[in-house]
Design a protein around this ligand. Structure first.
Ligand code: GLN
Length: 197
């Protein structure tokens, strides 16, 4: 199994090590590659889009031909994709006026509307124990200027909420995560993703 981590900006190396730990824990043989161009997307069996700054990442995805390759693989192979934080914003169909104003180019692969900075200035970064549907104990979730889902439509399902906002959603082989599972030792979110590959 080849899992690609989009490596244009943001929390890349942490995802690489979480994925490696999750793969070895699950007995999956394979490798984790850094995605820096469309050809890397074509090699991957699954893709992670990390946190960072969604506008910047979106523009780099276009510039390096990654966006086109993702859309092609999503349509042709139903490529499994997990977006965390800024990656959640990019997977959504609607990220509000701020995204429009900054020219953020969304991938629009999940029937999810998001609020880009859902927790505001008072609560820019925080950590909490989060109950996740299907898990027998909570995950320790680290939120950093996190987005959140406001509405999930169709077969897009909320798997965790915090303060009434959607912080983990799944639709088929796509996952949107508002927090940073790559910043803790717990690999259950990455495992959930790898199970759908
Ligand atoms: N809210 C940020 C954005 O939309 C994402 C923050 C993050 O990835 N830590 O760019």
């Amino acid at each position: 199994m080849i899992v690609g981590v989009v490596a244009v900006q943001g929390a890349v190396s942490e995802h690489v090590s979480s994925l490696k730990r999750a793969m070895s824990g699950m007995g999956i043989s394979g490798e984790v590659i850094l995605v820096r161009g469309g050809d890397d997307v074509r090699k991957a069996d699954a893709l992670v889009i990390p946190g960072g700054e969604s506008t910047t990442i979106s523009k780099l995805l276009v510039r390096f031909g990654i966006r086109d390759a993702i859309l092609e693989r999503a349509a042709r192979d139903d490529l499994p994709i997990m977006g965390t934080c800024a990656g959640m914003v990019l997977l959504s169909k609607d990220a509000g006026v701020q995204a429009k104003r900054t020219g953020t180019v969304l991938l629009e692969l999940m029937d999810l509307a998001v609020d880009r900075n859902a927790f505001g200035r008072q609560r820019e970064s925080f950590e909490t124990e989060l109950a996740v549907k299907g898990f027998d104990s909570p995950v320790h979730a680290v939120f950093i200027r996190a987005p959140a889902g406001t509405v999930a439509r169709g077969d897009c399902e909320a798997l965790a909420t915090f303060d009434g906002k959607i912080v983990l959603a799944r639709q088929g082989r796509r996952m949107a995560v508002a927090f940073h599972p790559e910043l803790t030792d717990d690999t259950r979110i990455h495992e959930m993703f790898l199970k759908m590959v």
